[in-house]
Design a protein around this ligand. Structure first.
Ligand SMILES: Nc1ncnc2c1ncn2[C@@H]1O[C@H](COP(=O)(O)OP(=O)(O)OP(=O)(O)O)[C@@H](O)[C@H]1O
Ligand SMILES: Nc1nc2c(ncn2[C@@H]2O[C@H](COP(=O)(O)O)[C@@H](O)[C@H]2O)c(=O)[nH]1
Length: 207
């Protein structure tokens, strides 16, 4: 009685906290065995982004048609755009035994918890709000109006961090990366331990 299915890992947190930066550090590590689920969005492509690498970019019509076809594990509207996690990739990849890594905002993470309560939920938090704003400004991808909107969202999102299994402060990218890797490792060990206990219990019951 072993779980052959991969683990679903959800990294969430406010925009600009560094989720993408930490995720890239994790995936640059040759020891990382997870698979990254590329999201779909209706947001405009930013300079340097590549369709099918950073996101699958969709029109609102395409996205809404996919919602109707139940093609998302979760989807949410964030600052005027849709974002969603494709169900087929995630389910097939986990069935093949791979861990799947999602990088999503808080409303989407709530939906994932309802559908996959056994998933691992990690909240990436900034050292403080001022640094979060500095990071959003420093990234240079959004207008001040959008940044203000994202900061307002961030205040609401930060108030929900207690719903997560773990909170990692992203004060340093390499340290945050190691913390996430350790949490995943510990979750695998705990899962193996619980399964071994259940196996023993079943043997006792059946004998
Ligand atoms: N630990 C850190 N210290 C300083 N700057 C950081 C740190 N982590 C990330 N950054 C910087 O903060 C900015 C935002 O990072 P990033 O784009 O990874 O955030 P994000 O959470 O993925 O945002 P979004 O949710 O909007 O995609 C980037 O310019 C990045 O270089
Ligand atoms: N609920 C979901 N949120 C997602 C998904 N993919 C990304 N995101 C989050 O949206 C915001 C904004 O992203 P940006 O690229 O426009 O800066 C950020 O918090 C992302 O993590 C998804 O599939 N579902």
């Amino acid at each position: 009685m072993t779980s052959d299915k991969g683990l679903l890992i959800v990294l969430s947190g406010p925009s600009g906290v560094g989720k993408g930066t930490v995720r890239k550090a994790i995936f640059d590590d040759p020891d990382t065995g997870f698979k990254y689920s590329i999201s779909m969005t209706t947001r405009k492509m930013r300079e340097g982004e590549v369709d099918g690498v950073d996101y699958f970019f969709k029109t609102r019509e395409e996205f809404e048609s996919l919602i109707e076809q139940d093609k998302f594990i979760e989807h949410a509207q964030y600052v005027g755009n849709y974002y969603g996690t494709p169900v087929d990739y995630v389910v097939e990849t986990m069935e093949q035994g791979h861990d799947v890594f999602l990088e999503i905002e808080v409303e989407g993470a709530k939906q994932v918890r309802e559908r996959f309560p056994e998933a691992l939920f990690i909240f990436l938090a900034p050292p403080n709000l001022a640094q979060l704003e500095e990071r959003l400004i420093g990234r240079g991808t959004d207008s001040m109006e959008v940044i203000r909107h994202r900061i307002e969202e961030a205040k609401r999102e930060l108030s929900l961090m207690n719903l997560y299994d773990y909170v990692v402060i992203n004060d340093d990218v390499q340290q945050a990366k190691r913390r996430v890797q350790c949490i995943v490792e510990a979750s695998h060990m705990r899962r193996a331990h619980v399964e071994s206990k259940l196996r023993k219990l079943l043997l006792e019951v059946n004998n």
